[in-house]
Design a binder for this molecule. Structure first.
Ligand SMILES: Nc1ncnc2c1ncn2[C@@H]1O[C@H](COP(=O)(O)OP(=O)(O)OP(=O)(O)O)[C@@H](O)[C@H]1O
Ligand SMILES: [Mg+2]
Length: 275
């Protein structure tokens, strides 16, 4: 197993590099060209927003970046390594330990408590149960949900569910966070919370790729890459990008607890992410 993929230290290679990547979905005689010759380079520690209209290929791009799918043509290098040369075991290691995923629909398992949902990536990584449990509690505390460890997703608000999903994404201390419309189902307060957590993860050294079609959400990143009809049509650095540009509607820090009377206030936020 190659454990050097996405190391914690600064690398000589870009973290993510797509060269002329195309993706064509085929079902029967139907073909959809979801990506057409996309080129993107993302360096370690960047915070990049990917924007574009519905159907432009954003999620397809995220699936490729997250090694959840493979390109039809072109090259994807992750930390300098051509992903097409990686074994299934290496790809599984990258997905489970090196990348944290956050999705619009949260993708939590309804039958499991918040704590058990957060433990899942650690199960796949073979970490022992007692250690998993304490790591999950710590991750939930970082997103302000220390008091919801035993709740199931159906007993949580949308914003809380997304914070559980972020705890699950950060619990294994991945170098890269891929978030696909993480605020798409949230109100403005929860959106602010989620963007605050992503900003904190970025400040702690993580590379963040945030997919969104909302301009004010994209403004939280340092750079915006725009996709249209499967092709990159713009790529610009923000003048005032990064953690200082969480949208204007930000009125409080993310990582708050919902019930200060639990005594958890102030124990939250993700600055303490290890590594
Ligand atoms: N599994 C699939 N099989 C066939 N076509 C697909 C598949 N997934 C996506 N597509 C098509 O590929 C194109 C790009 O889809 P994609 O999901 O990447 O868009 P998107 O930019 O994420 O859109 P949205 O903002 O609505 O989430 C669309 O035309 C879509 O219909
Ligand atoms: Mg999508």
């Amino acid at each position: 197993m190659n454990t050097t993929v996405i190391p914690a230290v600064e690398m000589e290679f870009p973290l993510l590099e797509l060269r002329d990547v195309s993706k064509t979905y085929r079902s029967g005689s139907l073909e959809v060209e979801a990506l057409r010759g996309a080129c993107i380079t993302i360096r370690q520690g960047e915070y990049v927003a990917i924007t574009g209209p519905s159907g432009s290929g954003k999620s397809t791009l995220m699936h490729l970046l997250g090694c959840l799918d493979s390109p039809t043509s072109g090259t994807y290098r992750l930390a300098g390594q051509d992903v097409s040369t990686m074994s299934e075991e290496e790809l599984a290691d990258v997905r489970n330990r090196r990348i944290g995923f956050v999705f619009q629909q949260f993708n939590l398992l309804a039958s499991l408590t918040a704590g058990r949902n957060v433990e899942l990536p650690l199960c796949y990584a073979g970490i022992r149960r007692t250690e998993r449990s304490s790591m999950a509690r710590e991750a939930l505390a970082r997103v302000g949900l220390a008091h919801r460890v035993e709740h199931r997703p159906g007993e949580l608000s949308g914003g809380q569910q997304q914070r559980v999903a972020i705890a699950r994404a950060l619990v294994g201390d991945p170098a890269l966070i891929l978030a696909d419309e993480p605020t798409g189902n949230l109100d403005s307060t929860s959106t602010t919370d989620v963007l605050g957590l992503l900003a904190d993860l970025h400040a702690a050294g993580r590379t963040i790729v945030l997919i969104t079609h909302e301009a004010d959400v994209a403004a939280a990143a340092q750079r915006t890459v725009r996709i249209l009809d499967g092709a990159i049509c713009a790529d610009r650095e923000h003048v005032h990008g990064g953690r200082h540009t969480v949208p204007e509607r930000t009125t409080h820090r993310a990582g708050r607890t919902d019930t200060p009377e639990t005594g958890e206030t102030g124990k939250t936020g993700v600055q303490g992410v290890r590594g």
